[in-house]
Design a protein around this ligand. Structure first.
Ligand code: NAG
Ligand code: NAG
Ligand code: NAG
Ligand code: NAG
Ligand code: NAG
Ligand code: NAG
Ligand code: NAG
Ligand code: NAG
Length: 452
């Protein structure tokens, strides 16, 4: 029996071509509670295991894409896949090339561009995970996957929306049970950005539901604390970015979404339970092993929640100092997280100015990418399961970074001169980077507005 499944596995490995084209169809949900922001039925994409030995291994991925808490924020999201299944392709063609998922349509491109799991069915580029059952949950509820609203919410400004992320997740699990999830032995709940926050909220619920399985969580760019926005010269206007993530905002969002949170955390924190929405407060209560892939200078947090200047031609010392302090806070927070359970938790924390741009090729730390470190953490391979950059702020050469200038990491006088020269060089680089980031931001807004 064992020999047979081994032979089948070998056969599959040999037969699968390197760049397979696979059509994976949309499965719409019929659960009346599982609705997108615009009321359309949510859905998911599923590709079954290609490898007998991984028949009971699953990766379920929660997509990210911000959040919306007001009529003006939500109306910008409507009429696009981040709020409506009407814009989900009926079928996605998953092809892997060296850059990630191939791009048959713009929606597939935006879903697949980082090639996290689903699109990467190649034994070559994804040796540890290609054989798993892969589930892709497109994000269309704009509530960090937390929402439990059973009906329309009438936002001030007279816009009606439905926040039902938690119900969508549960309805997908119900469908997946029939596709074999109920026999799972290993479930990796993964997510990026808002999806990464959703992982923190739900991983223990999944472990409760699948008691026979080993259930673990992977949050890519999903490690959040309360934000302390930059308020120095040239701080961006709050309307430039995403929702307010300062401490005082969270209780309102929990009410607005009727948010589901880690139950132990909510019980333990009582009146303060809304803090369980962010991992910096929920991690001590999350029992499942967790892995955080998190940039030490998270671009979306800094730029879109914390308002660092992006429409200036270079960053002042105030901005560098702020980013440096942010990095210290993040480093400390991630250390507190993994050291709370060193046996089970893992971290990949590069010094980059990126959000969820984690791919096979970059960023790398000590020659390892985030998937390599995840494989170590899972015991699939051997090597470090906690990896931090220690070069200073935004200084990892393999990824998008800001200027490497870091006022705290050198004896002031000795290095001042070379630093000045360095800064001059880096300003040029930064200007190019800022323009690219700004262009991308406005392109995203444009495409949202256009489809609206
Ligand atoms: C996927 O590929 C098939 C076969 O090449 C093609 O017929 C179909 O139109 C493609 N679907 C999309 C959404 O590109
Ligand atoms: C849901 O809201 C609509 C109005 O938006 C209302 O007519 C309906 O009764 C509500 N349904 C429930 C079950 O509350
Ligand atoms: C939503 O609330 C506004 C008041 O804020 C009210 O004027 C409007 O009729 C409500 N719309 C619906 C559909 O309930
Ligand atoms: C929690 O809320 C309850 C009722 O709202 C209040 O009576 C109690 O004092 C609060 N506890 C704390 C510790 O704030
Ligand atoms: C770092 O954390 C402290 C509180 O823990 C906060 O006061 C400070 O504003 C934070 N700095 C940044 C840049 O987030
Ligand atoms: C995380 O929470 C702790 C309190 O539990 C706080 O001291 C620390 O400043 C927080 N980290 C950040 C990055 O805000
Ligand atoms: C991700 O980072 C790489 C390396 O810096 C860059 O070439 C690529 O354009 C980035 N992708 C996105 C979508 O930002
Ligand atoms: C595999 C594939 O089709 N890749 C294409 C993705 O889009 C870029 C440009 O938009 C093309 O250059 C690639 O060939």
């Amino acid at each position: 029996m064992k020999a047979t499944s081994g032979a089948v596995a070998l056969f599959l490995v040999l037969v699968l071509p390197q760049a397979t084209l696979q059509a994976v169809r949309l499965r719409l949900l019929d659960d009346p509670l599982a609705r997108c922001l615009d009321g359309s039925n949510a859905g998911f994409y599923f590709r079954s295991s290609q490898l007998a030995s991984k028949k009971n291994s699953w990766i379920i991925h929660l997509q990210g894409g911000g959040e919306c808490v007001s009529a003006s924020e939500c109306s910008r999201k409507l009429n696009a896949p981040l709020a409506s299944s009407k814009f989900f392709p009926p079928e996605i063609n998953l092809t892997w090339d060296s850059s990630g998922c191939a791009n048959q349509s713009s929606v597939e491109a935006s879903w697949g561009k980082f090639g996290w799991w689903l699109c990467d069915g190649s034994s070559d580029s994804n040796p540890d995970f290609f054989g798993f059952n892969h589930v892709w949950l497109p994000y269309c509820s704009q509530d960090l996957w937390s929402g439990r609203q059973t009906n329309w919410t009438n936002l001030t400004g007279n816009l009606n929306v439905i926040y039902a992320g938690h119900f969508i997740f549960k309805a997908v699990l119900n469908r997946l049970d029939d596709l074999g999830l109920k026999n799972a032995e290993l479930i990796i709940l993964s997510g990026n950005s808002a999806g990464g926050m959703g992982v923190w909220l739900h991983v223990d619920m999944l472990a409760q539901r699948y008691k026979k399985a080993q259930v673990v969580g992977v949050a890519i760019a999903g490690y959040y604390a309360f934000s302390y926005p930059y308020d120095g010269p040239h701080a961006e206007d709050p309307s430039f970015g995403l929702s307010d993530f300062t401490e005082s905002s969270w209780a309102n969002y929990v009410k607005l979404w009727n948010a589901y949170m880690n139950q132990e955390c909510a019980t333990a924190l009582g009146n303060f339970s809304w803090a369980c929405m962010v991992s910096n407060y929920s991690f001590p209560f999350v029992k499942s092993p967790m892995f955080a892939a998190e940039s030490l200078s998270d671009q979306a947090q800094l730029q879109w929640h914390n308002r660092i200047p992006m429409s200036v031609s270079y960053w002042s010392k105030e901005v560098y100092d702020y980013i440096h302090e942010y990095q210290q806070n993040m480093t400390q927070a991630l250390h507190a997280f993994y050291s709370s359970d060193v046996k089970h938790n893992g971290v990949f924390a590069p010094a980059c100015f990126i959000h969820d741009n984690f791919t096979v090729g970059q960023p790398v730390i000590d020659g390892l990418g985030f998937k390599d470190v995840i494989a170590n953490w899972l015991g699939i391979s051997e090597g470090p399961k906690v990896l931090f950059d220690r070069c200073g702020s935004m200084c990892n050469p393999s990824c998008q970074t800001g200027p490497a200038f870091d006022p705290s990491d050198a004896p002031a006088r000795q290095r001042q001169r070379s630093r000045r020269a360095h800064r001059r060089r880096e300003r040029g680089r930064l200007r190019v980077l800022e323009e690219a980031v700004l262009r991308r931001f406005w392109t995203e807004i444009d495409s949202l507005l256009q489809s609206w």
